[in-house]
Design a protein around this ligand. Structure first.
Ligand code: GH3
Ligand code: MG
Length: 325
């Protein structure tokens, strides 16, 4: 173990060093240390309080400020018990009162040993707490993220949508929700196998995630269905963005073996309305109706609640698009 003694009284420091070296420890003496990371090469510091340039308390403060965590024992003279308690508050592990008969030197090795054990326990605890935090973060992430695609999951989307609806109601803000479904997805699975279907899902998730603004929320709602929450966005803007998404996904075919397979999407968009679409369920249900209309009108397209309201009278489905792969 390497110990640093910081003391301007050379005689006292050498006596203490001698006692510690009897235990097999390596001791360095200084009266003016540089308070920086280089101190970390020592396992322990024995610090005198009363020194001409700076007191032991000043040094403890600097160690604390710079987060240099080495166990320190402060040595003070008689009558300085208040200083000793201040030192403990500043992170010193223990203190020794120097007596003229030098009895404290006999106690020195055991005090150092105890402080070292205490330090090891504290450091182990610190490490365990950090690990626990990291694990909690990971778990928290896992409960909100869809494992396969890496985007938000249904649980997150439901929670976030309720929050956004409250915000829209309270501050009279616009809010849109868009449901996206891959066209003829079952056929990708059937024709090329489940892993290719997974690749299609991951590709779509990535493109959606990269295309929306950072304030929007993209998640996997169910099997091949995705949901985007667009806070503070009106229906026309959400619809335009979804048209861009449909276009971008279609223009980025996935590669299955040597075959390029284009993926088309159908999208339904609905906006918050304080009278009729003012809950998560009613808003998603409206988006779902629009999605159904997009599928019925031939797929590879976006339909909004406005489109639906315009065409309620003429509800003949148009010709169906057939899968191109
Ligand atoms: P439509 O155009 O009407 O949407 O037809 P579709 O073939 O896409 O039909 P649908 O949306 O009902 O298909 C969903 C399919 O998604 C059914 C299910 O087998 C598949 N699926 C669900 N989850 C996964 C998954 O994690 N990986 C893969 N590969 N397939 C999945
Ligand atoms: Mg589908």
């Amino acid at each position: 173990m390497k110990i640093l003694i910081i003391d301007d009284n050379k005689h006292h420091a050498e006596l203490a060093a001698k006692r510690l070296e009897q235990e097999g420890w390596k001791v360095t003496i200084t009266d003016d240390p540089k308070i920086d990371e280089t101190l970390l090469k020592y396992h322990f510091i024995l610090l005198d309080y009363s020194m001409p340039r700076q007191t032991g308390i000043d040094i403890l403060k600097q160690l604390k400020e710079r987060d240099i965590r080495i166990p320190v024992i402060l040595m003070t003279g008689h009558g300085n018990e208040l200083i000793a308690s201040e030192a403990i508050k500043l992170g010193a592990y223990d203190y020794l009162i120097k007596d003229t008969k030098l009895i404290y030197l006999d106690r020195l090795p055991s005090v150092v040993r105890e402080a070292k054990s205490k330090h090891e326990l504290i450091e182990t605890n610190r490490f365990l707490i950090q690990e626990l935090r990291r694990t909690n973060d990971r778990l928290q992430r896992l409960t909100l993220i869809d494992e396969m695609t890496g985007i938000y999951n249904y649980r997150f989307l439901s929670r976030q949508l309720s929050t956004e609806i409250k915000r829209a109601t309270r501050y009279d803000k616009a809010l849109c929700v868009c449901l996206i479904d891959i066209d003829f997805f079952k056929q990708i699975n059937d024709q090329f196998g489940h892993p290719s279907g997974d690749l299609a899902l991951k590709t779509v998730a990535t493109i959606l995630n990269e295309t929306v603004r950072s304030v929007d929320f993209v998640g996997r709602y169910a099997g091949d269905e995705f949901l985007i929450i667009f806070p503070d966005t009106d229906l026309n803007d959400a619809q335009r963005l979804c048209e861009r998404l449909v276009d971008r996904v279609y223009k980025n075919p996935i590669l299955i073996g040597s075959k390029r397979v284009s993926i088309s999407l159908s999208v339904g968009c609905a906006d918050y309305d304080s009278q009729t679409r003012n809950t998560a369920d009613s808003l998603v249900e409206a988006a779902d109706r629009c999605l159904y209309a997009a599928k019925s009108s031939g797929r590879n397209t976006v339909k909004s609640i406005q489109d639906l309201e315009r065409t309620t009278s003429s509800s003949e489905p148009s010709e169906q698009l057939q899968p191109s792969f």
